[in-house]
Design a protein around this ligand. Sequence first.
Ligand code: F6P
Ligand code: MG
Length: 443
Amino acid sequence: VLIPPPSLSAKYEGSFAYLTVRDRLPLILTKVIDTIHRNKNNFFEKHGEVGVDAEKRAISFLSKLRNELQTDKPVLLLTDSADDTEAWNRYMQRQQDLMEDGQLVSWFKSPWLYVECYMYRRIQEALWLSPPIGDFDAFKEGKTSSFFESQQAIISLCTYLREILASTDNTNKKWLFEHFFRFLQVSLWGNRCDLSISAGQENSQKSNPIDCLADLQQFILVDDSDKVWSVLTSVQGSGGTEKTGIRVDIILDNAGFELVTDLVLADFMVSVGLAKEVRFHGKSIPWYVSDVNKQDFDWTISQTTASNHKHMSSCGVQWKRHVKDGAWSYHNHRFWTLPHEFCDMPAEAADLYSTLQGSDLILFKGDLNYRRLTGDRMWEHTVPFGRALRGFLPAPLCSLRTLKANVQVGLQPGQAEKLTSQDPEWMIRGKYAVIQFCSPLKE
Ligand code: F6P
Ligand code: MG
């Protein structure tokens, strides 16, 4: 058995993981505390006295959490009784067993991926332990405003989609292929708009997303979009020899502009018949500031429907119809908010793994999904993507990711060195991207 390289961790002083744990995570916690406090009047007080007490209680849990983080205290077991609590506590034990010299699992000594996920889960614990405010989403405001701030870009994108779908040319293969690539890239670059990297600032799309594509092309480090295309056009449909239509699964990342780009891509695929069914997978608790949950998904579709711009609202109406018809569906699974590398999925969430095996193509959006695909480990940049997946391959899959953390595999020899010499921060600024594919079938 090959031993994988070590995990990224704040224990490497000066690394991006270190800076994240030291600077960005406490800032995110502070914002959560502020948001809860600011909503005292309009949200918590509606529950009367208990609401006010709950607000105080949640804030005190969160301040304690921030203090534990900043002073590198041992990570604590979760004490709530949610359906994932035991899985989290088991994982902590597993991390503990990996520690050397009897050290305890702690914020600056353990894997970055684990402690960062753990922070979001502890935020949720603080709320769950403060009834009746357990369902408060402290990131909701930010997600909503990033949607509104991207309004112009959303209108351009919706207009573009409606106009091309109305064009007479849309059965020609070359036409399909060109437009598919365009929407795939729009969805890729949509991933630049996330709130966690900027701790809540500059996260909207201001320029016309279609016009930018040509200029951005040079920043795509791996482009396997032709392989994605061949999957869509050659597969026989899931689970049989008879063609029943392609099923695509999209593992969503951020709400706001990025989600709109994903919906546009999905609408295009279904409308032109490249896919028969699209399943969206989101988070069941607020996660990494801007990640999509069921409420964000529904809210985004309703907002789009309610727009007074004709193309935007007709997109919304169409999206509602896809949901109603069953062509689109939204799914939660607790595994998406556990800290495991994806190669643990068959053991930890066998039901999800087998559901995904029924897919013809799985699109993983964003940086965090890439980190979990590759285990957030210090791989050599030339290691093949398939090897970094360590056996996780329920179906052909493709990562659409802008780079925001120091893990990147599947590059050509010399490519990383060249990038480093041009821009030492190439992996963390969201400037570069990959469309990286892997398939269980031999190519
Ligand atoms: O450090 C970069 C980061 O903030 C990580 O916390 C996380 O990997 C990522 O950005 C979130 O990005 P995305 O929304 O693309 O998953
Ligand atoms: Mg995200």
